[in-house]
Design a protein around this ligand. Structure first.
Ligand code: HEC
Length: 132
C-alpha cells in the first residue's frame, strides 16, 4: 500500500516535470549566405516603422510579445523558445532576420504566404530593430 502511494507520487512528480519543463532552448539557425549579405532596401523612416509595428502586432506579438521578449500570450504553449529579440538580434544582419521571417522553423511559422510582399517583411525587420 505504502509503495503504491509512493509510486503514484513519483508518477505525478514526473508528469508535472514533463508538462512544465521550460521550452527547449533553440539550436543555431543557419542562414544562407545570399540572405546573410542581403541589403535592407527599405529605410527605417517613420512610415516604415509604423507599417512594421502594425504588421508585428497582428502577426508576431502573440508569441514574441510586445517588445520581443518572448512573452506573448501564446508563448507558454510553444515547444521552442521564441527567444529574446533585444538580446538575440544585435549580432544578426537584416537579411538574416528577413530570411527567418519568410522561412520559419519549428514553432515559428513561415510567413511566405501570410506576408507575401517583401517590403512588408523589411518594415517588420526595421520595427524589430527598435526593441531595446
Ligand atoms: C506561433 C508563434 C510564433 C509566431 C506567430 C511568430 N514567431 Fe517568430 N519565432 C517563434 C519561435 C518558436 C522561434 C524560435 C524558432 C527556432 O529557433 O527554431 C521564432 C524565431 C524567430 C526569429 C529568429 C530569432 C533569432 O534569435 O534568430 C525571428 C527573427 C522571428 N521569430 C520573427 C518573427 C516575426 C517577425 C513574426 C511575425 C511576422 C514571428 N516571428 C511570428 C514563434 C513565433
Amino acid at each position: 500500500m505504502k509503495n503504491s502511494i509512493l509510486l503514484l507520487g513519483l508518477a505525478t512528480l514526473f508528469i508535472t516535470l514533463v508538462a512544465f519543463a521550460p521550452a527547449q532552448k533553440s539550436k543555431p539557425w543557419p542562414v544562407p549566405e545570399k540572405f546573410e549579405k542581403m541589403k535592407n532596401p527599405v529605410a527605417a523612416d517613420e512610415a516604415s516603422l509604423k507599417a512594421g509595428k502594425s504588421l508585428y502586432t497582428k502577426h508576431c506579438e502573440s508569441c514574441h510579445g510586445k517588445k520581443g521578449k518572448g512573452d506573448g500570450s501564446k508563448s507558454a504553449q510553444l515547444d521552442t523558445d521564441p527567444g529574446n529579440f533585444p538580446k538575440d538580434l544585435p549580432g544578426q544582419s537584416d537579411g538574416a532576420l528577413y530570411y527567418k521571417i519568410v522561412e520559419g522553423r519549428d514553432d515559428m511559422p513561415s510567413f511566405k504566404k501570410k506576408i507575401p510582399d517583401a517590403e512588408d517583411n523589411w518594415h517588420i525587420v526595421n520595427y524589430m530593430r527598435t526593441f531595446k
